[in-house]
Design a protein around this ligand. Structure first.
Ligand code: SF4
Ligand code: SF4
Length: 123
């Protein structure tokens, strides 16, 4: 999930990707290896050297750090310390590129895919 400063950024009324996929990353992105990284209590082991955001390694994933209601109003309570998969997942067309992951997550919650127009017209 990406969030820019504008209040109308579509991620702030979405959050679907934080409740659709397993969010897994190398242990070195978490405390104590990285004191500014993902708080250890919010992680769960997946396999050797790999952690996941707690709640995302489940049949119905929902990240423990996601606050709010998907499709209405959400925010990540560890935004500055979120792991690399969260930093890498771009909202569709935010940088002009289509994101199938964004589309898939939104579809899971009945949300229409973002389009290039999303970024030029107020939502
Ligand atoms: S850490 Fe934050 S951005 Fe990443 S999945 Fe959880 S709520 Fe979403
Ligand atoms: S699914 Fe797409 S629009 Fe929704 S929070 Fe994730 S990146 Fe943003």
């Amino acid at each position: 999930m990406t969030q820019r400063s504008a209040i109308a950024h579509p991620c702030l009324s979405c959050g679907a990707c934080c409740a659709a996929f397993r969010v897994a990353f190398h242990w070195s992105e978490s405390a104590p290896a990285d004191p500014g990284g993902v708080p250890e209590a919010l992680t769960a082991p997946v396999r050797p050297h790999v952690l996941a955001m707690r709640g995302t390694d489940a049949r119905d994933p929902h990240c423990i750090a996601l606050e709010g209601v998907v499709g209405q109003a959400v925010h990540c309570r560890i935004y500055a310390a979120r792991p690399s998969p969260c930093r890498e997942l771009q909202a569709s067309y935010e940088d002009g590129t289509h994101s199938a992951q964004c589309d898939r997550a939104r579809a899971r919650y009945g949300l229409a895919p973002l389009t290039p127009a999303t970024w030029t017209q107020p939502m």
